[in-house]
Each structure stands twice: as C-alpha cells, then as structure tokens.
Write a protein of this length. Sequence first.
Length: 463
Amino acid sequence: MEGELRLRNLSCGCGNLQKKTPVRCMKGENNFRRIISDKKFYLFAVLVLVSSISVFLTDELARVHSYVFRATIPTLVLFVGWLVYSRSKGELKKFAIVLNLSVLLNLVGEILNTLSGEALKGGLYPSITDLFWIMAYIPIFVLVSMQIVKIVSNLNLKSVTIASSFLIAGIVAVSPLLNYLALSQLNLLTLLTLSAYPVLDLVVISMLIILFTSYYRLQINYYWLLLIVSFSFMAIGDTLGAYYKIAGVYRAGLLPDVCINFYYLTILVGLYIIYRNEVIKSYLDLYRFDNDPNYLKKVEDKIQHIIDVINDSREFEKLLNAGKLKEMDLKAEVEKAVSHFKDDAEFSINLDGEKVVADDLLSSVVYNLIHNSVRHNEKKVKLDIDARNDGEWIQLRISDNGKGIPEEFRERIFEEGFKYGDSGNTGLGLYLVKQTIDRYGGSIKIDKNNPSGAVFLIKLRKA
C-alpha cells in the first residue's frame, strides 16, 4: 500500500521478521519490483531527463530551458521545504529552515542572473548575482559548523581522515583552475569570485562528510547525505563552469548547467522523501473511513518503529556528546530507569548504594536492558536486579523470567544492527549499551537464567 511504503523508508526496507532468526534487509528482486511499481520512480526519471536534455538543444532552446527550469524547480523545492518545516520539529525543522533559506538566496540569484543575462553571455565580471549565490552558502555553513562544534570532543579519526582526504583530492582537482586564475590578468574581485565557488563547495562537502560519517548509524540523519550529494553536483558544475568561461565556450545548457540542475533536483527529491516519512496520517484516515483494524495496527507498528529509531538515535547522540566519567550512585540510576516500567513489569531490587565509575548515560543503559526484557516477552515479566562487590569491580545483575535469548545469539546480540525475534526493532539499543559500558572500562555478557529467562551481567569499575 502507498502509506506502507511511505513509512517504510525509515526502516531497513523490509517488514518481515522471522521469529528467533537474524533479520536481514531484503534487497534485490523484491526492492527492485517495489521501486519500478511506484509511479514516482517514473516521475523522477522524467525529471532527470528534463534536467539534462538541454545538452542536446540549440542555443536559443537551451536558454529558454535554463530560464524555465531554474525558476520552477527551486520554487518547488521551497514549497516542499515549507511542507517539511510545517510537519517536523527539532533538528529536522532547523534543517528545513536553513535549506529553504539557502535555496531562496540561490533562486534570487538565478532571477537576477536571468534578468541581466550575464552568465549566458559568458561574462567574467562578478555582479550582484554572485553576491546572492555566495550568501547561499552561509546558512548551510553555519548549521554544519554548529553541529560539528556539538560533537567535536567525540570526533573519531575515521571521520576526520575521510573528510581530509576528500578535501585534499578536491583541491588537487581544482588546482589547475586556481593556478590559472592566480596567473591571469583578471581584477582581484573577479579572481576571488571565480575561486570562491569551488573552494566553498569543497569545504562545505568536507564538513558534511564529517557529520555523515559520525552519524552514519542513524537512519534519521540521512539529510547530511542529501546535502553531500547535492553539493557534489554543485561543486562539479561550478568547477566546470569556471573552466568553460575561461576557455570562452560557455553557453546555456552545457554540462555545468546540467550539474546545477541536478543540485536542485536532488534537494527536491530528498525533501519529498523526508516529507513522506513525516506523514503518517494516511493510515489513520483510511482506518476512520473503512473502520478496518488492519490499518490501525499498521499505524501502531510504524509509529512504534519511528519512536524506537528516534530514541536510539538520541541515545547515540548522547554517547557522541558524553562528558567525563565520574562517580555515580548505582541504586539511584537503576531506580530512575525502573520508574518507566512500573506498569509493565514486577521488580525485585537489592542494591546498597554502590558507587561506580560512569556518567549520566548509566540510567539509559539500565533502561535499554529492562526495555529489551519487556519487549521480548508477551506476559508481564519479573525482573531481579542486584549487585555484588568483586574486588575493584561492582557486578550488576539484571535477570528476567521470560523466554530467554537463544545461545547462538548471545554473542551477536550486541552487534550493530543485529535483530532477532518478532519484536526486534532498530538493532541499535543493545549495541549502544555495549558501546557505553566499554567506554566506562567495563564489560557486559548474557547468561541463561534458571528455570527460564535471561541474565545480563554488567561489570563496572568501583568508584
């Protein structure tokens, strides 16, 4: 169903979970059939064709095509961006505002450029249009910079290495252009303008790569990838455009224009996908109209999956932004987590105020372990939570009387993205638990409980 596809974009792409079997995303034939059966796939194909057809047109037709395309597509982007803004909140709302502002500045530049006709004449002198186009980078640059500052203390070497490698490769690619401009007789303002576009593109993309590689585990942060792809088209178009202008062969409709068209098209399609993922009302409308409980069940399932993704994403961001380790009251943190499940489980807690080395994420660790027990058991589960001194360590023991975890899954259950059973969700919860405990310098393992159930054994350093 259309609504089902709308919400499935937030998941791995498949909805079938086999009991006690690791879940894998179903790729290949099923996904291919689903894509080609969607009318929007053909609409996207037509837009790609329309974006690039100007290469084969005459000068006059290519000019008209450029006028029309550069006016309609950015306008559609602003409209869809407004829809995303109206449907979203938090970081996504901020993202929609920034992207709309950037596209609006670009659109003003396009309109002024069309009225002046400077670019179509191949002129090299900067104008008011260049001012708007350069200003369009500022909102994106500010957003990305603020996001990097938030996670700077937890940036990993891999992210910085990938971004730096891209930046170096990009500078090498545009160095002939920059060298030519430096040796040319152009006035300083023109020189700075032509050099600014490829340099700004490379810097912004490198910063986006840092964010994307830092947040790549989070399904709701794919908008960084959207910006990487769109700005890559922009970078290619700007660089080729500068080369074409220097060679004196610039005209409307050539490859630089096609790349800029793809920049707008990528943003349009990306925003539309984000908008579809934000809309879950359709199933509820169908339920009210047909009174079919199947629709309501699908709504509940999809909403719960979205909630799970968001919760795990927040935990991951907390892990990225985590501060220094400190002395924590184990009993207080356990009771904080238990308070969320008073109606879902019975608890027997035997703790004496042990002090451990951890941080504010400790309660989230316990919360995730309890949530795992509650989610995977149909009946009301009973949990026993206790701790014992073991030399320099405190061993926290959380056991339940549920179905337990099959032995073959006990090692793999802490792997990123691993899921099992009918209740498996994002595959991030227990992975984040282990990453957090590893950061504490502790360990976690799973054992069998007698006569039934599972036991989580967590070793934490004594404070």
